[in-house]
Design a protein. Structure first.
Length: 472
């Protein structure tokens, strides 16, 4: 005889609550624990320090993890959870599995390299400096990934079924429908993941939202609208032309997954149209190069615009591009004069080769740092966006003398009207909506908008970190 737990079904917000990073939700159903997403915190020091603290739940008690997509703020803590005792399966779409392998191994490499560099320079508080996790930890958790098919009900046992639906955003990104059976009575919870744009190149539109009782919805751009793509392209061209005409170097910090491919595609079109000069373009990110290969291999079975990547690399990268895989190839850029464009990860200037380029280029007023994505509070990208006069890198402060320009319409996140469109795309409205993955200003502005647009029949809340709510 099977004895079901009488404990209520709950969802706890252990990340991305009133912040845009560290997505992590704990579902407890029939006494079994499932984690949805396991991301790293980025930005302010107090947020980053959360990565080093004991988790709010013992990792060995987690039965499984459901992963919406591969971005580090959703997947980056998986090696850490494994190191701390998690030994269950990680369910994700096939392309998310491939991208997660690239990203987690890269993140582990950065952790280990930063520890070595800190030991050499002596600026770490740890003696000796230690990485948060290692490549071995990443490999161990990657072995436990299980592929899921799109739009197929997956019976996970314990009265829980999951269905992955395309969310746009990046290759493989999904919203997850959770059906919870409680003694013959079913409740449905939908986790939005990151919802992409409508009608933009590279990724397809998000699929309609499933009907549900409870919706957990991102709110990254809950207080603003994106500009039309035509205006974005003109801003992009104007900023680059001014710098390239004075033989400066343009540094584009870009996420290796999704954003680099989008920027390269845009540059290709603008150069072919004659709107930008055919200057050398350098993609200095082995992860971005590997990611492009994954994008090109999933044209027939994943959520991409078929006509965008029909010829893979040639469609994405213009002829003037040079790919830099090794550290030696990256260092050669130090001796090359402008005009030229360097695209490098990470997108918020938190780690990786792009920080070394920033340190070299930041003091020259001829150069340009072009910010093309969301910059979380506390990151170097946000500091540049806000006009901070000095930026700290590798234990030292550097004066900002280069130009800094932000292009807002290239985000892979839907704006407030696109999020509202997605919420309304189901036949019925949910009874409860919890807004996450947004800074407080954005999340509370979006809550006000939803309360006005959806009416009093829908309860809309912005949960706090660690808050636990009943969902069944």
């Amino acid at each position: 005889m099977v004895v079901m737990s009488t404990a209520p079904t709950t969802l706890a917000f252990h990340g991305a609550a009133r912040t845009v990073t560290g997505s992590r939700y704990l579902l407890e159903h029939r006494g079994v624990r499932t984690v949805i997403d396991a991301g790293l915190f980025q930005g302010f020091k107090e947020l980053r320090e959360l990565n080093w603290r004991e988790p709010p739940f013992p990792p060995h008690t987690i039965r499984r993890v459901l992963l919406t997509h591969a971005h580090i703020d959703h997947s980056g803590a998986l090696p850490l959870l494994s190191r701390q005792g998690f030994s269950g399966e990680v369910y994700a779409t096939r392309s998310t599995m491939k991208l997660a392998r690239i990203m987690l191994l890269d993140a582990a490499g950065i952790e280990e390299e930063n520890a070595r560099y800190a030991a050499k320079k002596g600026y770490s508080k740890h003696r000796p400096p230690k990485p948060m996790f290692t490549e071995r930890d990443a490999i161990e958790v990657l072995r436990r990934f299980e592929p899921v098919a799109w739009d197929t009900s997956l019976d996970l046992g314990d009265g829980l079924r999951a269905r992955f639906l395309g969310a746009g955003h990046i290759l493989g990104a999904a919203s997850i429908e959770l059906r919870l059976d409680s003694g013959g009575r079913e409740r449905t919870v939908v986790m939005s993941g990151d919802i992409g744009r409508y009608g933009v190149p590279l990724d397809r539109d998000p699929e309609p939202r499933p009907d549900c009782d409870v919706l957990i919805c991102e709110s990254t751009y809950g207080n603003r609208d994106h500009e039309p793509m035509e205006a974005v392209e003109e801003q992009f061209c104007a900023a680059l032309r001014e710098t390239l005409d004075r033989e400066g170097i343009v540094l584009v910090p870009a996420f290796a997954v999704g954003r680099t491919q989008q920027i390269a595609l845009l540059l290709s079109r603008l150069i072919l149209d004659g709107r930008l000069p055919a200057v050398p373009i350098h993609i200095d990110s082995p992860m971005a190069i590997e990611t492009t290969e994954v994008y090109s291999s999933h044209l027939d079975d994943e959520h991409l615009d078929d006509d965008v990547l029909a010829d893979g690399r040639r469609e994405l990268f213009p002829r003037v591009v040079e790919l830099h895989r090794s550290v030696e190839q990256s260092r050669k850029l130090n001796d090359l004069p402008g005009p030229r464009i360097i695209i490098s990860a990470s997108g918020m200037l938190t780690a990786g080769r792009v920080v070394h380029h920033l340190r070299r280029l930041i003091g020259n007023p001829r150069n340009l740092v072009l910010l093309v994505g969301y910059q979380a509070a506390g990151t170097r990208g946000r500091q540049l966006l806000e006009g901070q006069p000095r930026i700290r890198m590798f234990g030292e402060d550097y004066s900002v003398r280069c130009r800094c320009v932000a292009i807002h319409g290239l985000s892979a996140h839907g704006d407030r009207n696109e999020l509202l469109r997605w919420i309304r795309s189901a036949e019925t409205l949910p009874k409860q909506i919890y807004l996450t993955h947004g800074e407080p200003e954005a999340a509370f502005a979006f809550r006000q908008m939803l309360r006005k647009e959806l009416g009093s029949a829908v309860e809309v809340e912005v949960p706090e970190m660690g808050e636990v709510v009943a969902v069944g």
